[in-house]
Design a protein around this ligand. Structure first.
Ligand code: ADE
Ligand code: ZN
Length: 328
């Protein structure tokens, strides 16, 4: 059997996936038409022959990502978006997905929190019933907005606590250190939520941010976090605590021109619970299989190590021990 059939056949868990990053251009057009609003500029400038968007860093990606969300207005819009992702993931043998969503990107435009959550929940319930998939929601705070807005969002989410497995931190990392949100994450932990934070690739203060999430925020996982390789004492710390790193090679290759395959593999071989995920697949042109294929084609990762990446994902997934045993 070829490596690609090994990858395709493996039951997979996806742990780093922004649902708003699954909004394919065709769906943006469809929702714009349904809601009778203009097609966002980044979409109308895409030609039928081009392979998609071009970005050169996180900021230029976010400058397309947020405006496209204008087409998401009703709970049906959120449900259609999430179900399209779940169907695609299911076709790649993803059996469990932990899905990030950015409520502030919607409530700041006047879409109620309850509308966002109802739509996402509906898609997850349908995927469980019709596809036999398992999925859960992780609420992310936007780090380029204020800690007060994050705290207000946390409070707004409390009535829906049981529908959200944990909280995260995303958006533009420059000059937005994790410590800015220490009180928000302390409250989230008090409320019983699990905690993760983005520590994006090659940020100005990557190591300091990784240190903060480990020592001041007390995260259960780190999203990306690949730069940890530069600090052996922090590598030792995540190994001791069994903290998972949710790495995204195709995303890295788009936003930094370096997919960090060597670093991801080195961390895996050191015994860190590294996983491979797709981040924003509609924008970076790669779902789970494409991310694993990139690792297979551009590093000397073995088939056993590809299997280990998925074993890691089920080991660090935010699921009950009973469910974990079922997957492993
Ligand atoms: N929001 C969506 N995708 C993101 C990424 N790759 N980094 C930070 N924030 C994000
Ligand atoms: Zn991300």
């Amino acid at each position: 059997t070829s490596t690609s059939s090994v990858i395709a056949g493996l039951p997979k868990a996806e742990l780093h996936l922004h649902i708003e990053g699954t909004l394919e251009p065709a769906l943006v057009r469809q929702l714009a038409s349904r809601n009778k609003i203009p097609i966002p500029a980044a979409i109308s400038s895409l030609t039928s022959t081009s392979s998609g968007y071009t970005f050169n860093d996180l900021t230029s990606f976010l400058a397309v990502y947020y405006p496209n969300m204008a087409v998401l207005l009703t709970s049906t819009d959120f449900s259609d978006m999430a179900y399209a992702y779940l169907t695609k993931a299911h076709s790649q043998n993803v059996v469990h997905a932990e899905i990030f969503f950015d409520p502030q990107a919607h409530t700041s435009r006047g879409v109620p929190f309850s509308t966002v959550l109802a739509g996402l929940r509906q898609a997850i319930i349908k995927a469980e019933r019709e596809l036999g998939m398992s999925a859960s929601l992780i609420m992310c705070f936007l780090r380029d907005m204020s800690p007060e807005f994050a705290m207000a969002t946390l409070t707004e989410a409390l009535p829906y606590k049981d529908y959200i497995v944990g909280v995260g931190l995303d958006s533009d990392e420059r000059q937005n250190p994790p410590a800015k949100f220490a009180a928000v994450f302390a409250r989230a932990r008090q409320e019983g939520w699990l905690v993760t934070c983005h520590c994006d690739i090659d940020q100005q203060d990557s190591i300091e941010h990784i240190r903060q999430v480990l020592t001041e925020i007390q995260v259960d996982r780190i999203d990306h976090g690949t730069n940890i390789i530069e600090d052996p004492s922090l590598v030792q710390l995540v190994k001791e605590r069994g903290i998972g790193l949710t790495c995204c090679p195709v995303s890295n290759s788009v936003v930094t021109e370096d997919f960090k395959g060597k670093e991801i593999l080195q961390l895996l071989r050191t015994g860190v619970k590294v996983t491979v995920n797709s981040d924003d697949p509609a924008y970076f042109r790669g779902y789970m299989n494409e991310n694993l294929t990139k690792m297979a084609e551009e590093t000397d990762i073995t088939r056993e190590e590809i299997v280990q990446l998925q074993r890691n994902a089920f080991e660090v997934a935010w699921i009950s021990e009973r469910k974990r045993e079922g997957f492993l």
